[in-house]
Design a protein around this ligand. Structure first.
Ligand SMILES: N[C@@H](CCC(=O)N[C@@H](CS)C(=O)NCC(=O)O)C(=O)O
Length: 234
């Protein structure tokens, strides 16, 4: 079997990557125990779908963390979700959609739209692009992201409304996790990688938002991050 190469966006703040989707895949690969080589891309220019993460394996290039995980499960014969009941699989998918299709966009708003955060974040997310090209690309990239937020619909709301939406999502996650070690019980599964990828990217970033404060205030979520990290990133 040829080498598995995984392309991520770069890291900061002690995280291997500031992309929640890249961190999800990195975390999932650790749960699954699949050997691979990580490569950091300054931008997802070579990605088959124009977004990170993406992989190269046996002559194929695959984009999208969900499709990548589906591929790896089949190709390597490992599935951290194998022991889940159908009801747990349903809950797991619903939580994944909440995190990836909604809460993710709250993080994007805070990083890219709120002026005081963008001032510092642009140097992180575009840090791999040399100056002075970065100065040209930064406003174009920001405009593109604002357009995506509007297309999604969340960008039509005020910042206060977006934070209220994010806090409801976080409350739901905290309530589902409860006092279990991982979202689906005693062992980590795919949803833990998804949750870790996003929550760690809010909690560890030096970007002050009410959503981050809210995560910190729900003690079981920081405890989950600490537990996940101790198990898979020690
Ligand atoms: N559904 C995709 C989403 C990936 C995604 O949105 N990646 C972001 C980084 S967190 C990206 O590459 N954005 C670049 C762009 O939109 O140009 C997945 O699961 O991999």
């Amino acid at each position: 079997m040829s080498e598995l190469v995984v392309h991520h966006l770069g890291g900061a703040w002690g995280l291997p990557t500031v992309s929640p989707f890249c961190l999800k895949l990195d975390a999932w690969l650790r749960i699954a125990g699949i050997e691979h080589r990580s490569v950091i891309d300054a931008a997802p220019f070579g990605a088959p779908k124009g977004k990170a993460p993406w992989i190269e394996h046996e002559g194929q290039r695959i984009g999208d963390s969900g499709f990548i995980i589906d591929y790896l499960k089949t190709r390597f014969g490992v599935d951290p979700d194998a022991a889940l009941t159908p009801a747990q699989r349903g809950t797991s998918l619903a939580l994944r959609r909440l995190i990836e299709e909604n809460l993710y966009w709250v993080l994007v708003h805070d990083r890219w739209v709120v002026d005081r955060n963008w001032a510092g974040f642009q140097g992180v997310v575009l840090g791999g692009i040399p100056m002075p090209l970065r100065l040209v690309i930064a406003p174009i990239a920001r405009r593109g992201v604002k357009k995506q937020l509007h297309g999604h619909g969340i960008g039509l709301h005020s910042t206060a409304e977006i934070h209220a939406i994010g806090q409801r999502d976080v409350a739901a996650l905290a309530d589902v996790l409860g006092d279990k070690p991982f979202f689906m019980g005693d062992e980590a599964s795919e949803i833990d990688a998804v949750a870790y990828g996003l929550l760690a990217n809010i909690l560890d970033a030096p970007i002050e938002t009410p959503v981050k404060d809210f995560i910190a205030s729900r003690a079981n979520l920081p405890a989950f991050i600490g537990r996940f990290r101790a198990r898979y990133y020690a």
